[in-house]
Design a protein around this ligand. Structure first.
Ligand code: C2O
Length: 552
C-alpha cells in the first residue's frame, strides 16, 4: 500500500498483582495483569518496537514471555525464567523492549515462571504494516481474540507444590474457559458466558489461542465452518474445516462468515487427549460461548456443535497434517541443505523420589520427563543467558546427548524395566553455529504414558517437514517430506506415539529454550536449550543486555 504506517514505539505498563475473581460459584485470588483476566491485548504493526514495563506487585517471582516473537538479537527480552533472565522479584520491575519484525498474525504473551501462566496471559496481535487489508486473505469486517484456558478452584501455586510433594503432575483443572469464562454448561457460569454478537453476512477473523496449561483442545461453532488462514503467526494456504485443533502454545487464525440462519449458536472447546494406561485425568465438559446474531433473540436456545470424542486422534492428525504454508515473496523458504541433523526423544520417565518429596510413592517413583533421556534442570544462581555471556562456567554443559539409550520408543508402554525408564538430570545445551540449518526429528516415547507433546521452540519459527506414527524410520519418512510448502510454526504437537521432523535456520544468536508446552511436562524436565553462537559481524551478534536486566 502507498501509505503504510511508519514503524512506531508501542508502550505498555503491566502491573502484575492479585485479583479476586468469581468462577464456578466460588471466589478466588489469582495473579493477573492490570486487574484484567485474561490480561490486556497488545496490538502492534509489523516492524514496531514494543516496550512493556512489567511491575511486579504480586507475591511471586515473575517473568513475561512473548510467545512466538523471534527476539532477533534481543534474547534478554524473551522471558523464560532462569533461561534468559532471573525473575523479576516482588516489588521490582523490568522493561521488555524488542522489535516485532518479520512476523504477522496472532501470538500471545504469558508468565514463564512455575504455573503462573494459568492466569497471567493475553493476546499479542501483529497486523501487517499497511493494516489488515494487506493480509493475503479477504479483509475481515471484525477481528476477535478467542483465548482458550483452564480454571482451577484451588490456588494453582498450592496445587503445584502439592503435586511436587507427590512426585506427580496436576493435570486436572475444574473447567476449560473461553475468554476467561467456563460457559453455561458449568454451574453458576451462565450470566458471564462469553458472547460474540455477529451481523448476518459479515466476516469475522477469529484469533484462537490455546493458553491452557495442560490440554489440547478441539474448537467448533455450531452451524458454521472456518477457513484457516494462519497458525502461530504464519500464513497458511486457506484450509476449510468445521473443527480447529489447537495445542497449548499454538494459535490458529480462522475466517468465519456469519452465514447461518439468524439465531444463537454455541461455540465450544473440548479436550483432545490421547490417554495413557491410567485413563482420563481431566474434565470432559466443553467450555462454551455463544454466537448471537443481531438483533439478539433470546427466545431461541443456542444450537450445540457435536464435539469430537476426547481421544479422536484421527481428527486431530487430519487437521494438523492438512495445513500447508503460504509462501510470501521475500519470506524464507524451507532449507533443502541441512548442516546439523538432530534426533530428540520427547516423553515421560521416572526418577527416584527426592527426600523433599514427602508424599511420593517410593515404589512407583516420581514422574519425570526428558529429551534424549535428560530431564532438564533449571540453573539456580544465574540464568543460562548470563552464563552464556560469561562462558558457561559450570552452570551448564554443552554435551546434550546425540541419542537416547532405548531404541523402541513407542511399543514398550509400561513394560520397560524401571532402570530404563529412569532419566538423567542435568542442564545441558546444544551449541549451534550462527546460520546453520538445523533438522530435528522429534520422537515421541511411550515408556510411561502415550501422549501428544506440543514442543515449542523459542527464538525461531520452524518448518514442519513431516509427521507420522510409530518409530521414526528415515528412509520411509523422507518420502513424505514436504520441502515445497510446509506449514511454519513455533509449536508442534508431536503425534501420540509418533514423530515429527522440523527444520529451521539458526540465524538468531542467544540461548533458546525448547520444551513441551504442557506445563506439567515442562516441570518434569521435558526441555533443553540451544546456544546459538554469534555471527561474524556486529549485526549478527547478540549485544549485551540492558542495564535493568534482572540478575539473581
Ligand atoms: Cu509459551 Cu516457553 O513458552
Amino acid at each position: 500500500s502507498f501509505f503504510a504506517a511508519e514503524a512506531k514505539i508501542v508502550e505498555h505498563t503491566f502491573h502484575v498483582g492479585n485479583l479476586t475473581q468469581r468462577r464456578l460459584c466460588e471466589e478466588k485470588v489469582i495473579t493477573a495483569v492490570n486487574g484484567q483476566f485474561p490480561g490486556p491485548t497488545i496490538e502492534v504493526n509489523e516492524g514496531d518496537t514494543l516496550v512493556v514495563n512489567v511491575i511486579n506487585e504480586s507475591p511471586y517471582n515473575m517473568t513475561i514471555h512473548w510467545h512466538g516473537i523471534f527476539q532477533l538479537r534481543s534474547a534478554w527480552a524473551d522471558g523464560p525464567n532462569m533461561i534468559t533472565q532471573c525473575p523479576i522479584r516482588p516489588g521490582n520491575s523490568y522493561v521488555y523492549k524488542f522489535n516485532v519484525t518479520g512476523q504477522e498474525g496472532t501470538l500471545w504473551w504469558h508468565s514463564h515462571v512455575s504455573v503462573l501462566r494459568a492466569t497471567v496471559y493475553g493476546a499479542l496481535i501483529i497486523r501487517p504494516r499497511g493494516g489488515l487489508k494487506d493480509c493475503p486473505f479477504p479483509e475481515p469486517d471484525h477481528e476477535v481474540p478467542i483465548l482458550l484456558g483452564e480454571w482451577w478452584k484451588a490456588d494453582v501455586v498450592e496445587l503445584d507444590n502439592q503435586a511436587f510433594l507427590r512426585g506427580q503432575g496436576f493435570n486436572s483443572s475444574d473447567a476449560y474457559t473461553i475468554n476467561g469464562q467456563p460457559g453455561d454448561l458449568y454451574n453458576c457460569s451462565r450470566k458471564h458466558t462469553y458472547k460474540l454478537k455477529v451481523v448476518s453476512g459479515k466476516t469475522y477473523l477469529l484469533r484462537i489461542i490455546n493458553a491452557a496449561l495442560n490440554n489440547q483442545l478441539f474448537f467448533k461453532i455450531a452451524g458454521h465452518n472456518f477457513t484457516v488462514v494462519a497458525v502461530d503467526a504464519s500464513y497458511t494456504k486457506p484450509y476449510k474445516t468445521d473443527v480447529v485443533v489447537v495445542s497449548p502454545g499454538q494459535t490458529v487464525d480462522v475466517l468465519m462468515v456469519a452465514d447461518a440462519a439468524p439465531g444463537n449458536y454455541y461455540m465450544a472447546a473440548s479436550p483432545y487427549i490421547s490417554v495413557g494406561p491410567q485413563g482420563p485425568p481431566f474434565v470432559n465438559i466443553s467450555a462454551t460461548g455463544i454466537v448471537e446474531y443481531l438483533p439478539v433473540d433470546d427466545s431461541s436456545a443456542p444450537v450445540m456443535p457435536s464435539m469430537p470424542p476426547f481421544n479422536d486422534t484421527p481428527t486431530a492428525h487430519r487437521f494438523f497434517t492438512n495445513l500447508t504454508g503460504l509462501l510470501k515473496p521475500g519470506k524464507p523458504t524451507v532449507p533443502h541443505r541441512v548442516h546439523e541433523k538432530m534426533f530428540f526423544t520427547v516423553g515421560l520417565g521416572r526418577n527416584p523420589c527426592q527426600p523433599s518429596q514427602t508424599l511420593c510413592n517410593r515404589t512407583r517413583q516420581a514422574i519425570s520427563a526428558s529429551m534424549n533421556n535428560v530431564s532438564f534442570e533449571f540453573p539456580t544462581t544465574v540464568s543460562l543467558l548470563e552464563a552464556h555471556f560469561k562462558g558457561a562456567n559450570g552452570v551448564y554443559r554443552r554435551d546434550f546427548p546425540r541419542r537416547p539409550r532405548v531404541f523402541d520408543y513407542v511399543n514398550a508402554t509400561g513394560t520397560l524395566p524401571l532402570a530404563l525408564q529412569t532419566t538423567l538430570k542435568g542442564t545441558r545445551v546444544r551449541t549451534v553455529k550462527y546460520n546453520a540449518t538445523v533438522e530435528i526429528v522429534l520422537q515421541n516415547t511411550a515408556f510411561v504414558g502415550i501422549e501428544n507433546h506440543p514442543m515449542h521452540l523459542h527464538g525461531f519459527n520452524f518448518f514442519v517437514v513431516a509427521q507420522g506414527f510409530g518409530n521414526y524410520n528415515a528412509t520411509a519418512a523422507k518420502r513424505s517430506f514436504n520441502l515445497v510448502d510446509p506449514q511454519v510454526r513455533n509449536t508442534i504437537g508431536v503425534p501420540t506415539g509418533g514423530w515429527a521432523v522440523i527444520r529451521f535456520v539458526a540465524n538468531n544468536p542467544g540461548v533458546w529454550f525448547m520444551h513441551c508446552h504442557l506445563d506439567a511436562h515442562l516441570e518434569f524436565g521435558l526441555a533443553m536449550a540451544f546456544e546459538v553462537e554469534n555471527g561474524p559481524t556486529a549485526d549478527t551478534s547478540l549485544p549485551p543486555p540492558p542495564p535493568d536486566f534482572p540478575t539473581c
